[in-house]
Design a protein around this ligand. Structure first.
Ligand code: HAM
Length: 426
């Protein structure tokens, strides 16, 4: 039996963990600027939390099992249902709009492909209790500002937005019924990842007549908003949708992110619960899968048996983002960094080295010393390998006088110092 890590699961060596932390630190910083507060929930949940509303795709990827108490449980594949439950449980006590973010590790049994693993860390940013389109714009601005904080520009990353209400309205005009919509959405979501013939076959398998199939593709032929407005702007059922989208783009302009955003009717998102404006962020060259996706899900809280509150949010994973940052040279190169290495010329000074290390650590310095007695030359080599900037070298006679030598490890320059003063200055 192989004891290797399971496929799709990562082991984080120091440089890899440093990259993960860089991503997470940046997420936290931008979320703070947008006044979101951090929450978390359980990593293991009742299976039914996902089977009810997440949609077929994610349910097919669940890590689920029966626990020792006979409960059907699943490792969380996404955070949204947990957040919906948490908000519902305390809806009255929470100040609205509720602005939350969280950074869970999620688990999905995915098919092996670039940018998809079986675990990932996902930033979730969600707003609860605000129906106005301003909230949709604020949410997308947060996602885009995350990209800016990583040093990416609007030539590196593009946001594609649509509105499920508009798409539904257009499809209904062609005779598609609400019962047919989930199947149609699932196909639209795959539009740029699967050949048309296979998508048509899926629609046909879902019971859609060829006439309707033709109409679905006809509607999707007009992806830009101006063309759509010219053609359908006067249809009374669609007027509100066009007005809302126009306001959305005005808000994006005021929030300073309009340049990053394109309208694209084929964005519907794979998850079943979205009800309004939806969006995804992609690398501009379209070499990678989506970096981020989200939208409005106004009925999920109620459907999960909770309070009826409008909601919207997005998820941004660390995997595709990490690939993009490396490809664009935006991932900092990690190197170990010890502030001071305490070296001793003679093994009898090891306890003094420990006492000095203790004093420096109390002052917040990162300090290392050779744990086993070692020759001074080897200690200094180890100090360089540890990334220490300087070594404090202890010699018996000097130490007795309260002195030591500070050696700069990059240049080899040495200076004699009064030990107490030098520690005090650190
Ligand atoms: P999602 O589109 O399933 O949405 O995932 C959001 C992002 O998480 C993706 O764009 C991708 O970056 C990352 N991601 C998803 N699955 C994997 C995977 N197997 N490996 C690596 N990265 C992955 C949701 O999960 C929604 N719950 C987001 C949301 C929050 N909607 C509203 N609030």
């Amino acid at each position: 039996m192989s004891l290797d890590a399971l496929p799709g699961f990562r082991e984080f060596y120091p440089s890899e963990l440093a990259e993960r932390n860089f991503i997470i630190d940046t997420w936290r910083e931008v979320a703070r600027r947008y006044a979101f507060v951090e929450v978390d929930g359980p990593p293991l949940e009742p299976l039914e939390l996902y089977t009810r509303k997440s949609g077929e795709e994610i349910v097919g990827q669940l890590y689920s099992f029966t626990d020792k108490g006979g409960r059907e449980v699943a490792l969380r594949p996404e955070m949204t249902p947990t957040l919906a439950r948490m908000v519902s449980a305390k809806a009255n006590a929470l100040r609205k709009p509720i602005r939350w973010f969280s950074i869970p590790q999620l688990f999905r049994y995915e098919r092996k492909q670039r940018g998809r693993l079986r675990e990932h860390f996902q930033l979730n940013v969600d707003i609860f209790g605000e129906a106005d389109v301003t909230a949709d714009a604020e949410l997308l601005a947060t996602a885009i500002d995350m990209m800016r904080a990583f040093g990416l520009t609007s030539s590196d990353v593009r946001a594609r937005v649509s509105d499920r209400r508009l798409l539904r309205g257009l499809l209904v005009l062609t005779g598609i019924t609400d019962e047919m919509l989930p199947g149609v959405y699932a196909v639209v979501d795959k539009l740029d990842r699967e050949p048309r013939a296979s998508l048509e076959a899926k629609l046909r398998a879902g019971g859609l007549h060829d006439v309707f199939i033709g109409r679905v593709f006809e509607v999707l032929k007009h992806p830009d908003l101006d063309t759509l407005r010219d053609r359908y702007g006067d249809v009374p059922e669609l007027r509100e949708d066009f007005t809302r989208l126009a306001r959305y783009f005005e808000c994006l302009e005021a929030l300073g992110v309009r340049d990053w955003v394109e309208f694209d009717l084929s964005i519907v998102r794979g998850l079943a619960y979205y009800t309004g404006i939806v969006f995804e962020l992609f690398d501009a060259k379209r070499e990678l899968r989506a970096i981020c996706g989200g939208g409005r899900y106004d009925s999920l809280l109620k459907q999960l048996g909770g309070t009826d509150l409008p909601a919207l949010g997005f998820g941004m994973g660390d995997v595709v983002l990490g690939e993009l940052l490396r490809a664009r040279g935006r991932m900092p190169v990690w190197s170990p960094a010890v502030d001071v290495w305490v070296a001793y010329a003679d093994a009898g000074l090891l306890d003094d080295a420990m006492r000095i290390a203790r004093r420096l650590r109390d002052r917040g310095r990162s300090v290392e010393f050779a744990l086993g007695g070692q020759q001074l030359s080897r200690q200094l080599k180890a100090a360089s390998a540890a990334g220490a900037r300087e070594a404090l070298v202890l010699q018996p006679e000097e130490l007795e006088r309260g002195d030591a030598v500070v050696r700069r490890l990059d240049t080899g320059d040495e200076t004699r110092v009064r030990l107490d003063e030098w520690i005090g200055a650190h």
